[in-house]
Design a binder for this molecule. Structure first.
Ligand code: PGA
Length: 249
């Protein structure tokens, strides 16, 4: 069985500053250890500073296309050339505000892997989808869009982040049991196609994770760490969350 390593990722969204890079990177460098991957997703212009400060970083999105006439977009190869290792794809804010559908997200996933970035595929249901018992169907379809385009083997060099839309930025966290159920569903679904790959796959939980609830979430068998939004902008909270992930997978 492949051993998984916990990961805590910080998604700054459209927040942050050079001063915050300095503050948070100092704290991360003090808490870094071989038993935990810590990855930061600041806005594009702050990626070089974050990397220079010694923090593994990625972008919050990429363009799905090769370089060309796409005003305002950012090429994945440039992100990779900076020294970044990851990119988020399909974050719920990209899906809802910028109307990215699962086909676009699968194209971004493919483009990331083409240039050697590891995609973190974000999936999750809305509140009404959960109320209508559609959670598994929605999450499965979001993952299937990638599998149909690239085959299940493409998931080997990726991370999945389960982020229920109703829990993002709302303070309403999924309970550890609710989150574990969906994580197990995701792992079982992929295991039906490739069990070794599924066992080795890192699956993060995201949605109002803070230093008070992280320990019980990360203690769940199929939760391998977290994708942290708001709490990744505060060094104390983020470091406490990182520490609670050590030794949990
Ligand atoms: P939140 O955001 O932790 O502020 O809920 C998580 C995310 O959007 O990745």
């Amino acid at each position: 069985m492949t051993k998984r390593k916990p990961m805590v990722a910080g998604n700054w969204k459209m927040n942050g500053s050079l001063a915050l890079v300095e503050q948070l990177s100092d704290a991360i460098n003090e808490t870094k250890s071989a038993e935990l991957d810590i990855v930061l997703f600041p806005p594009f212009p702050l990626i070089p500073a974050m990397l220079k400060a010694g923090v593994i970083s990625g972008s919050q999105t990429i363009c799905e296309n090769e370089p060309g006439a796409y005003t305002g977009e950012v090429d994945a190869q440039l992100i990779k050339d900076l020294g970044a290792q990851y990119t988020l794809v399909g974050h719920s804010e990209r899906r809802s505000i910028y109307k990215e559908n699962s086909t676009t997200v699968a194209n971004k996933f493919a483009r990331a892997q083409n240039v050697g970035l590891t995609p973190i595929l974000c999936v999750g249901e809305s509140e009404s989808e959960r109320e209508n018992a559609l959670t598994e169907q929605v999450v499965a379809a979001q993952i299937d869009a990638v599998i149909e385009k690239l085959g299940v083997a493409a998931l080997k060099d990726s991370v999945i982040a389960y982020e229920p839309v109703w829990a993002i930025g709302t303070g309403k966290t999924a309970s550890p049991e609710q989150a574990q159920n969906v994580h197990k569903f995701i792992r079982d679904k992929i295991a039906a196609l490739d069990s070794n790959l599924a066992q080795g796959l890192t699956i993060l939980y995201g949605g109002s994770v803070n230093e008070k609830n992280s320990e019980s979430l990360f203690a769940q068998a199929d939760i391998d760490g977290g994708l942290i939004g708001g709490a990744s902008l505060k060094a104390d909270s983020f470091i406490a969350i990182c520490n609670s992930a050590k030794g949990t997978v």
